[in-house]
Write a protein that binds this ligand. Structure first.
Ligand code: SAM
Ligand code: SF4
Length: 372
């Protein structure tokens, strides 16, 4: 596994300079906390031992969902976390304010479970949008019900959106999600575009023998509507723990299928540390992305940190350990104590997810309870 020197230096030099001069970096903390070295790391920001800086916070708003995607949830659902175990809106906004103001987080992505099921989502978005420096605010959703609410979210301050769509065939959609809701998702895509959330991104997971043959059709659909399609390799984060490396559809296979109909050219310049490998389609400007978390891991460039709906920090999707922020929040801890705990957790982030390591163990929480 390699670390991107550019990314490392961008974070490291920026932080060291800011610390040395006693000033915040542009777009980072307004008043950096005192520098506490030792095993917490040499920075007020979220830096780990391997030189990465977290700037992108994924916030899970709920573990509940109204679909049952086979690669994520069991048919019967899960035993949902009781509401009083979830961070309240006030607790959530406070923690996000600490992340933005003290830890230099620049982007907040709301996810879940299904984030549209969280009551008060527009208000949460508006409160996060009022933070300064203002973070970018994005949402990953299955789109159910979005066609009625997209404008409301934009008015509240939503900047970007990813909508999940795995099939254009109603029967296959139902087989994958265990719900017959394809028209809702198509309406959601159109509503998001009409509300100005352009470019609307589509997330697609391909499963062998189910929807893998639809890759070119999904790309043509995205080109026709000016959506940006990104395929995500299936990861071992299913509730049933039945993922198999042998059965998953790899990035190479996806590229082979797409290349049978389209001319794809790698667009390395557009990647800039983002997880998606981008390819220009038929010479561009349209692109398609592949997020090959399993076969081409990008852990060395990872700039993410995660907060679960019940207030646990996870430094990686595949972490087997979590750090309990909720206990500090509810125990009367100060903002700086919250920040210090987050810094300490980040400092210990592992260099990679280790899926290929024979000792790899899938996390106990499935994707829906972590926040994808
Ligand atoms: N419910 C929302 C949705 O589906 O977009 C947000 C949460 S979902 C966990 C976020 C993303 O994770 C979706 O694009 C989904 O397809 C993806 N995902 C879920 N389980 C996955 C898995 N085992 N491997 C790869 N991606 C997965
Ligand atoms: Fe729900 Fe998203 Fe998981 Fe599908 S992938 S079951 S929509 S949380």
């Amino acid at each position: 596994m390699t670390h991107s020197p550019r990314r490392w230096w961008r974070g490291y030099i920026g932080c060291v300079t800011a610390i040395a001069l006693g000033i915040p970096r542009v777009g980072a903390a307004v008043t950096p906390a005192p520098v506490d070295v030792g095993d917490r790391g040499p920075s007020p920001f979220l830096i780990d031992k391997h030189g990465r800086r977290a700037r992108d916070l994924r916030v899970s708003l709920t573990d509940r969902c109204n679909l049952r995607c086979t690669y994520c949830m069991p048919a019967e659902g899960l035993s949902w976390q009781p509401t009083d175990e979830l961070l309240s809106d006030d607790e959530l906004v406070r923690v996000i304010a600490v992340a933005v103001g003290r830890l230099g987080i620049e982007e907040i992505r709301f996810t879940g479970g299904e984030p549209l099921l969280r009551k008060g989502l527009p208000e949460i978005i508006a409160r996060v949008g009022a933070l300064r420096p203002r973070p970018e605010i994005s949402l990953t959703t299955n789109g159910i019900g979005l066609h009625r609410r997209a404008g409301q979210f934009v008015d509240a301050g939503l900047d970007r959106i990813n909508i999940s769509l795995d099939s254009l065939d109603p029967d296959t959609f139902e087989r994958l999600t265990r719900r017959r809701r394809l028209p809702d998702v198509l309406a959601a895509l159109a509503a998001a575009a009409a509300a100005g959330l352009n470019p609307v991104k589509i997330n697609t997971v391909l499963l062998r023998g189910v929807n893998e043959h639809e890759a070119p059709d999904l790309l043509q659909f995205s080109l026709d509507h000016d959506y940006r399609l990104r395929f995500i390799e299936q990861m071992p984060l299913d509730a049933g723990h039945v993922w198999s490396r042998q059965r998953m559809v790899t990035a190479d296979e996806i590229l082979d299928r797409l290349s049978a109909r389209f001319d794809l050219t790698p667009d390395d310049a557009a990647r800039d540390g983002a997880p998606a490998e981008l390819f220009r389609v038929n010479g561009g400007p349209a692109t398609v992305g592949i997020i090959a978390s399993v076969t081409r891991p990008f852990c060395g460039d990872c700039d993410r940190t995660r907060l679960t709906a019940d207030g646990q920090i996870r430094t990686c999707l595949f972490s087997r350990g979590e750090t309990d922020l909720r206990a500090i929040v509810r125990g009367g801890g100060s903002d700086e104590q919250i920040a210090q705990l987050w810094r300490a957790a980040t400092w210990g982030k592992l260099p990679g997810h280790g899926i290929d390591d024979p000792s790899f163990l899938q996390p106990d929480r499935p994707m829906s309870a972590i926040g994808g």
